[in-house]
Design a protein around this ligand. Structure first.
Ligand code: 5AD
Ligand code: SF4
Length: 444
């Protein structure tokens, strides 16, 4: 008997994304593959024939959110027959087990397997399918196929995976070992974005500083210099940097490349050298602070952000206080802070999760309150200044207010008589809160 196949033409699909920018970019790549094959992208899961859920496993909470979303999908599938695919980090971790546990899922694909997605959907999923194989090389998806959310600022993935094995982190088990994209493919993609009128690119990777072109061994500084040469792109950012691999050479390249924003996300995780050692981070508090001093001497206007974990196994009150004091010492422009969450397969999973939930909650609130105060003070010092902002749309809360980000990646909401979406605008800052700046375009 001949196998039945299904044409993707005119089928509606919806992609739901959990997690980081890397996942957002992967979802754009998946949407691109499906629309190239004839599928129609939809903003409504209810109306869609195909639902792809791109998952995040970094904390237990992200997995819990996924399971409650999947629960809702299961009941909606009873009303309308549709194909449901679960992809990304949770898919990679549990693979076929997910298909067994959740019978309404039709296929499961890990991050290195997205090139199979059209074939699976077209095969009409008579049999359920799971693929979580690893690839040693970066799996290229032609960049022309990427279906981007924005036509102003674009993500460009430069490497994937991680070799660091920080003791709390599941990423090396979901994304595998480091795989770098050939430099030539990256610069071609950026050139293509420049030709389409994109103003800003954000280079993505779990550890961008360890980038090495697989063909020529050229490093991240060379990549930055090459990207800096591409005319029409005006701002270049990158995320995430590991303090251990962030060299003076990269800092000097940032300073010497006029398009590379003076903005850096440098996750410290803890202010205590003993906790950092248990986290297997590969640097001490002092070494981290030395890098910050070097960066600020070189680029006094640099905007810095970080990630913090509170309540790591065995974190004492004294060690926690060192996290508070590093926040006071550095005065970051922004932080992302989390309660420690034990993750399977990781080194710390074997340790007793002995800081109670209540204590973690208290520490998190303390971190966030301190940071809120610091951010308000830093933001207040910008009142009266004029700064360049890339306008990316209207404010979500007030539809007559425009919104964008400044070079330091801070949100700036502002008034303008003209439609300035997609433009660089000089904004006069008139007021602020801890999480955003407010002002008016100077040329109306
Ligand atoms: N628990 C809490 N936070 C975590 N992160 C990564 N793993 C964990 C975990 N097990 C945080 C780190 C990392 C960010 C992306 O997520 O701060 O930098
Ligand atoms: Fe996770 Fe550490 Fe790798 Fe970052 S560097 S992805 S925190 S293992």
């Amino acid at each position: 008997m001949e196998k039945s196949t299904r044409n993707l033409k005119n089928l509606k699909f919806y992609v739901h994304t959990f997690g980081c920018q890397m996942n957002e970019n992967d979802s754009e790549r998946i949407a691109g593959i499906l629309s190239t094959a004839g599928g129609k992208i939809s903003s409504s899961p209810e109306e869609s024939d195909i639902i792809i859920v791109n998952t995040c496993a970094v904390r237990k909470k992200s997995e819990e959110k996924l399971y409650s979303y999947l629960g809702r999908l299961a009941s909606s599938k009873k009303k309308k027959k549709r194909t449901i695919g679960v992809v990304g980090c949770v898919a990679q971790l549990y693979g076929p087990e997910l298909l067994e546990k959740k019978s309404f899922i039709d296929f499961v694909l890990g991050p290195d397997n997205y090139n199979l997605i059209t074939e699976i959907i077209q095969s009409n999923h008579e049999e359920k399918f799971a693929s979580t194989s690893w690839s040693r090389e970066y799996k290229e998806i032609p960049h022309e196929k990427i279906f981007r959310e924005s036509n102003i600022s674009a993500y460009v993935t430069i490497m994937e995976g991680c070799n660091n094995f920080c003791s709390y982190c599941i990423v090396p088990f979901t994304r595998g070992r480091e795989k770098c994209r050939p430099l030539q493919k990256i610069t071609q993609e950026i050139q293509n974005l420049a030709n389409k009128g994109y103003k800003e690119i954000q280079l993505l990777g779990q550890n961008v500083n360890s980038y090495k072109d697989p063909e020529t061994e050229k490093d991240f500084s060379v990549l930055l210099k090459e990207a800096n040469r591409i005319i029409a792109i005006e701002w270049i950012r990158f995320i995430t940097s590991h303090p251990k691999n962030f060299t003076k050479n990269i800092a000097e390249t940032m300073k010497g490349s006029e398009k590379v924003c003076h903005q850096l996300h440098l996750p410290v995780q803890s202010g205590s050298s003993s906790v950092l050692k248990r986290m297997n981070r590969g640097y001490t508090r002092e070494e981290y602070l030395e890098k910050i001093t070097f960066l600020r001497d070189l680029m006094p206007d640099i905007s810095l952000s970080t990630d913090i974990i509170v309540g790591f196994p065995g974190e004492t009150e004294k060690e926690f206080k060192e996290t508070l004091s590093i926040l006071e010492e550095v005065r970051f422009n922004n932080i992302f802070s989390f309660r420690y969450s034990p993750r399977p397969f990781t080194g710390a999973y074997k340790e007793k999760d002995n800081v109670s939930f209540e204590e973690k909650k208290r520490r998190l609130i303390e971190v966030q309150n301190l940071q809120k105060k610091i951010q308000l003070e830093l933001n207040e010092s910008t009142i009266g200044k004029v700064m360049k902002v890339l306008c990316t749309g209207k404010s979500k809360k007030a539809p007559r207010i425009y919104s964008g980000r400044n070079e330091g990646y801070q949100v700036v909401n502002f008034k303008s008589k003209n439609d300035v979406i997609g433009c660089f605008v000089d904004v006069h800052i008139t007021s602020c809160g801890p999480y955003s700046l407010h002002g008016e375009a100077t040329k109306q």
